[in-house]
Design a protein. Structure first.
Length: 140
């Protein structure tokens, strides 16, 4: 596998801020399959650290996907301007997301015994529908 590289001669333009100019760098990191991933950054990163930074960028997608799942499946929509209500909805959405992840891990442990697969046994939408169904139950 070839070594990682950093190209500082690329013309990405410069960002003028109150802190001064920021130049771009392109990080080239080879993958095991022979392809090369390229990332643009304004950080001063040497070739010896390029692979670690690309891995760090890649790990962010997990976090972005988790927030998307919270927003799409578990976050109640409201037009209220009440900070307390909006905070409650957000915290409840995170709690429901954690319940979903815990339920999925427990189901995988008891049904498939394979915890490393990312594909959920129970989707977020299925759990949200189940909770909504049981929250709206008619009193006896």
């Amino acid at each position: 596998m070839a070594d990682a590289g950093v190209d500082t001669r690329v013309n990405c333009g410069q960002l003028e801020t109150t802190l001064g100019c920021h130049e771009c760098r392109v990080l080239y990191v080879p993958e095991r399959d022979g392809s090369t991933h390229a990332f643009i950054t304004n950080r001063s990163i040497g070739p010896e650290h390029a692979a670690a930074w690309v891995e760090r960028y890649a790990n962010r997608w997990c976090i972005e996907n988790e927030y998307r799942a919270i927003k799409q499946e578990f976050l109640a929509t409201t037009s209220s301007t009440s900070h307390a209500l909006r905070t409650f909805y957000f915290v409840f959405g995170i709690l429901m997301y954690n319940v979903w992840r815990l339920t999925d891990v427990l189901l995988k442990a008891s049904v498939t015994r394979e915890l490393t697969t990312y594909t959920p046994v129970l989707t977020a939408g299925e759990l949200a529908d189940w909770v909504a169904l049981h929250l709206h139950a008619e009193p006896d």
